[in-house]
Each structure stands twice: as structure tokens, then as C-alpha cells.
Design a binder for this molecule. Structure first.
Ligand SMILES: C[S@@+](CC[C@H](N)C(=O)[O-])C[C@H]1O[C@@H](n2cnc3c(N)ncnc32)[C@H](O)[C@@H]1O
Length: 433
């Protein structure tokens, strides 16, 4: 029997939402079982939008089901969430969405539940006006965010929280970074247009190229030769702020998969050390360096414990792209909102402080350190940097502005949607000579 994309998506979504699996691992495991590329595209859309909207339509099901299915029948529960997502988000034709969802109960070997699935989806269709109004009444279910994150955003960014959560649910553009060493960005834009892509140069990022929709980048002209990399514009800001010059010693302290490390190397002839603690992620730095024809010293080690890897030669530039909640990149990683917990923030703060305090002594006098996260939460951002400033008499803030975003107590916050970029935080510090 031909595998059913909806049934595969339902089993996969149950694993993502109820058992902590990542969207990426589920997709990598399930997609090869679907020979037809259209089925694979449907699987991807169902898994991504199912994860993105889980917290809204899971809440709806809690009210539609007399007895919860989550524990006993997780795949059928996820299939129902996907039924609502097909009707409300993907806007598939009602009849087809309901019939195909009911049919998938057979592929899941639960034909006895076909009637229940049909009845729940039909009831939703009859009552959807009132039920949508109920879901829209609360910010968390309106935007399918966990309660703790909706509350944290309302505390940290009261004026922007609604717009941030709405941006987390919009399709982001595909952003590329033209490889400065490979050729001219305008020539690459022209080649992409010749290949039928609606590509354009980013209005203020020197290397940025914007395409309105995601596509298979390995088929774009120049991919194999390393003419570009995929990188959101918010992350491309890092190289401007690090401002590395030829001949300098640069440390990228949290480097995998190497996006920012490669950008630094494309911009200047620096001696770059790429440090990464996770031995499974580190090889991805090597792959990216090779494709872009760049070289760096790669170390698997702990940024919080320099004694185990540092050669005692100070760095002129240090980039700390710290491990964080990833609360700024929910639009690109829709499963993150299902996996993060409020308690993670304090634990991440401990790691962020540990890394920043351990690396400050490695910065040369007059050198520059950039602290970055893809978090929106002040506890992971300005609170961490403010503490370092209080502890280190030789640390001073380098002020800067970006064309979009918000000034923070220290540094700058890009919120999702500001300039159609991901959310990122940056602070730039200098060591007094
Ligand atoms: C936000 S990601 C870095 C993304 C990367 N800079 C890029 O642009 O492609 C953070 C990385 O820090 C690594 N990491 C976490 N704790 C670390 C530590 N104590 N020392 C070194 N790396 C660490 C994580 O494994 C993760 O790969």
C-alpha cells in the first residue's frame, strides 16, 4: 500500500508535540518513505504548520472531545490537530481535507476511530465561528504560543508582543548571504533572476539577498561553487559588528554550524578559531568551510573552560553567539515553541554568564567582543551583558544603531518582523587599552 502522507505526518507530529522529537529528525526519517515529491511537500507543510499551530488547535480539541485522546491515541489526536490545520491554516478544500483525514485513520490502523474523526471535524465546521472567537480571546491561543512565553514577551516587550507573536506565524523570506570572496552580489542576483527566482539585493545588508519563498537552494546557480550560503539577515549583522580586519586573531566561541564563522572569513583575511562544544555539530562547520572554500582552526571544546583549549594568545575579536532559547527564530523553527520550558531560561542564563565571563580575559586590550543570541528575552540578553559590565572595570559598551529594531538597555534587539528579519540580540563591548 502507498504510504499515506497525512498518516505519516500525524505519527510524526505526535512525536514532535508529545514526545519532544525535533521536526528535522522526524522529517529526515519520514520523507524517504514517500516517493512522490508532492507527498513529501505535503508532509513538510503538515509537520511545520502542525507544530506551529499545535497550541491553538490542541486547545480547541480539548473542548471538542468528550474524552481526551492524547495519551491513548497520540497519532489520532495529532491527526485531528492536522485536520483543523488543513481547514484553517492550509485552507485546503473542506471536503477533501475531511475525507483524506478520515481515510488516514485506516493507514494508522485505527479504522474504528474513523467515525470519531469525521464527527469531530464536522462539529468543528458547524461551530467554528464561536470556537475561533474563543481561541482568539487569549494571546497564547490566538497566536499558538506557550503561556509562559506569551507572558514573558508581554513583560519584556509590552508594546510589541502581539506583533512579535503574529510575525512568528508568518512565512519568512528565504535569505542568502553572497560570498564576498566568490564574486559580486549584483551578478549573483542577476544569475538567480535568470534562473527564474524573484531575487533582490537586501536594502541595507551588504551581502544579503532576499527571495520571497523558500526553495531547494542546492538547485540555485552557484550553490556547489560556494557563491552563497543560506543565512537570515539578522545573523548577517554579526559580521558588521565584529568588524574584523585582515591579520586579526578572531574567536568564534559557539560556532556550529558555522554560518557566522564563514561570514567573518569571507569578509577579511583573519586567523579564525571556531570553537564548538557539541562534537556532533562540529563537523557541520567543516562542511560549510569546505563548500565555501574557507579555512579555520576547528576546536571541539567548552567556551566556559578556556584552560582546556586556549594557547594563551589573546584574540582581537571574540564573537559569542550564545546557546539560547531561540525565541527569536520561531518563524523558521516552529517546533521550538513546543519544546522550550520557562525553567530553561534560568539554566541558559547560567551558561551564557559562564561563557561570557570565561572569555573576557581572552580579549586583547583594545579588542572587541560581540555577544549575540537569537533570543527576545531580556534575561538572556541585556541582563547577562550588564552583569559583565559591572564585574569588569576594563569593559565598555560600544554604542551602535541598526536601521530597524529596538534599542535595549545595553545593545540592540531585533524583534521578529523588524525589517522582515529574525529576532536577534547584539551587544558590542570593547576592552579598554
Ligand atoms: C546559536 S548556536 C551557534 C550558531 C553559529 N554561530 C552560526 O552562526 O552558525 C550556539 C552553539 O553553541 C554551542 N555551545 C553551547 N554551549 C557551548 C559551550 N559551552 N562552548 C562552546 N560551544 C557551545 C551549541 O552546541 C551551538 O552549536
Amino acid at each position: 500500500m502507498k504510504p499515506d502522507a497525512r498518516a505519516l505526518a500525524a505519527s510524526g507530529l505526535a512525536e514532535i508535540a508529545l514526545r519532544g522529537a525535533s521536526l528535522r529528525e522526524v522529517m529526515e526519517r519520514s520523507a524517504p518513505r514517500l516517493p512522490d515529491p508532492r507527498d513529501r511537500a505535503l508532509l513538510m507543510a503538515l509537520l511545520s504548520e502542525g507544530a506551529r499551530w499545535w497550541l491553538r488547535y490542541d486547545a480547541a480539541l480539548d473542548e471538542l472531545l468528550a474524552r481526551p485522546l492524547k495519551r491513548k491515541e497520540p497519532a489520532i489526536h495529532a491527526l485531528l490537530v492536522l485536520g483543523l490545520v488543513q481547514l484553517e491554516v492550509l485552507e485546503l478544500e473542506d471536503y477533501a481535507a475531511v475525507a483524506a483525514t478520515v481515510e488516514a485513520t485506516r493507514a494508522l490502523k485505527r479504522p474504528a476511530l474513523a467515525g470519531l474523526v469525521n464527527a469531530v471535524l464536522r462539529r468543528w465546521q458547524r461551530e467554528r465561528g464561536d470556537r475561533l472567537a474563543g481561541l482568539d480571546a487569549q494571546p497564547a491561543t490566538r497566536h499558538a504560543h506557550p503561556d509562559w512565553l506569551a507572558a514573558a514577551l508581554a513583560t519584556d516587550w509590552p508594546a510589541q508582543a502581539e506583533a512579535v507573536m503574529a510575525a512568528d506565524n508568518r512565512e519568512p523570506p528565504l535569505m542568502l548571504r553572497a560570498n564576498h570572496r566568490h564574486g559580486d552580489r549584483d551578478a549573483l542576483v542577476a544569475a538567480l533572476r535568470d534562473a527564474g527566482q524573484a531575487a533582490g539585493a537586501h536594502p541595507w545588508l551588504a551581502d544579503g539577498i532576499v527571495l520571497p519563498h523558500s526553495t531547494d537552494v542546492t538547485r540555485l546557480p552557484g550553490f556547489a561553487e560556494g557563491a552563497f550560503a543560506v543565512q537570515d539577515g539578522a545573523a548577517q549583522v554579526a559580521a558588521d559588528l565584529v568588524d574584523a580586519r585582515d591579520g586579526q586573531r578572531v574567536l568564534d566561541a559557539c560556532a556550529a554550524p558555522g554560518g557566522k564563522a564563514c561570514h567573518l572569513l569571507e569578509r577579511a583575511g583573519v586567523e579564525l578559531t571556531a570553537l564548538e562544544m557539541d562534537g556532533h555539530r562540529a563537523p557541520r562547520i567543516r562542511q560549510n568551510l569546505e563548500r565555501l572554500q574557507l579555512s579555520a582552526k576547528l576546536i571541539v571544546g567548552d567556551a566556559g573552560d578556556p584552560s582546556s583549549w586556549w594557547d594563551n594568545r589573546p584574540f582581537d575579536r571574540i564573537l559569542i553567539d550564545a546557546p539560547c532559547s531561540a525565541s527569536g527564530v520561531l518563524r523558521r523553527r516552529p517546533d521550538v515553541r513546543l519544546h522550550r520550558r520557562a525553567r530553561d531560561i534560568a539554566a541558559l542564563g547560567v551558561q551564557q554568564r559562564r561563557i561570557l565571563h570565561a572569555l573576557w580575559p581572552l580579549l586583547a586590550p583594545g579588542g572587541r567582543l560581540v555577544y549575540a543570541t537569537c533570543s527576545l528575552l531580556r534575561a538572556e540578553n541585556e541582563a547577562v551583558v550588564t552583569e559583565l559590565l559591572a564585574a569588569q572595570a576594563d569593559a565598555e559598551v560600544v554604542p551602535f544603531d541598526l536601521p530597524v529594531g529596538q534599542r535595549a538597555a545595553v545593545g540592540w534587539q531585533l524583534l521578529p518582523g523588524d525589517g522582515d528579519l529574525d529576532g536577534m540580540y547584539y551587544a558590542v563591548l570593547r576592552k579598554r587599552p
